[in-house]
Design a protein around this ligand. Structure first.
Ligand code: GAR
Length: 208
């Protein structure tokens, strides 16, 4: 059984999609051991608690420095002893020590087809604003392993979504969530939990 820790910052619709997929048997061999948010008032925490899942806030505001916050965050992750860490709308830079310790065991959902509209500054609605500004006709979402860069790790799954003529950033965001994010994030967890991820996809196994 794969123990999964999910990190969230906001509404938690991706977390909800994971919990629903577990209930409905679309994710097997996996259990949610902890949900962590950097934001005490994140609705995602309520979603987790409503399911009886351990949900904890670790806020940078409660620490005098970034280093102290990073230490507390890493401790909170380690207490849960996860096999896999899922960043589901987590808007905090992952400390390098954590990336090293959990290499190949952290995945992130990003709301575009990487390498488009990704990297520093591209998160949430901003990604969809940029896609509309550029005038792309197709966008989508990506699940990738997390490495030291921003959205640079090996890609595990992607799904394309059409951009429609009258889209606003909000309508596009919703369609990308419904048609892509809520599909491929649970699918990625199921694949990992069931040994369906070729070693090739792990950064530490990719030849230089
Ligand atoms: C999602 O669209 C996710 O892809 C995005 O934040 C949203 C969180 O929504 N993540 C990023 O932009 C990361 N760069 P949710 O809290 O409802 O799951």
């Amino acid at each position: 059984m794969l123990s999964v820790c999910v990190c969230v910052s906001g509404g938690g619709t991706n977390l909800q999609a994971i919990m629903d997929a577990m209930d409905e048997g679309r994710i097997t061999n996996a259990q949610l051991v902890r949900v962590i948010s950097n934001n005490k008032s994140a609705y995602a925490l309520e979603r987790a608690r409503a399911k009886g899942i351990d949900a904890v806030a670790v806020s940078p505001k409660d620490y005098d420095s970034r280093e102290l916050f990073n230490e507390a965050f890493l401790r909170c992750v380690e207490e849960a002893r996860p096999d896999l860490i899922v960043l589901a709308g987590f808007l905090v830079v992952i400390p390098p020590e954590m990336i090293q310790r959990y290499e190949g065991r952290i995945i992130n959902i990003h709301p575009s087809l990487i390498p488009s509209f990704c990297g520093k500054g591209y998160y949430g609605l901003r990604v969809h604003e940029a896609a509309l500004e550029r005038g792309v006709k197709v966008t989508g979402a990506t699940v990738h392993f997390v490495d030291e860069g921003t959205d640079t790790g090996p890609i595990l799954l992607q799904k394309a979504v059409d951009v429609l003529p009258n889209d606003t950033p909000t309508t596009l965001q919703r369609r990308v969530m419904e048609q892509a994010e809520w599909v491929i994030l649970p699918q990625a967890i199921h694949m990992i939990a069931n040994g369906q991820v070729p070693d090739l996809y792990r950064k530490d196994r990719i030849p230089e």
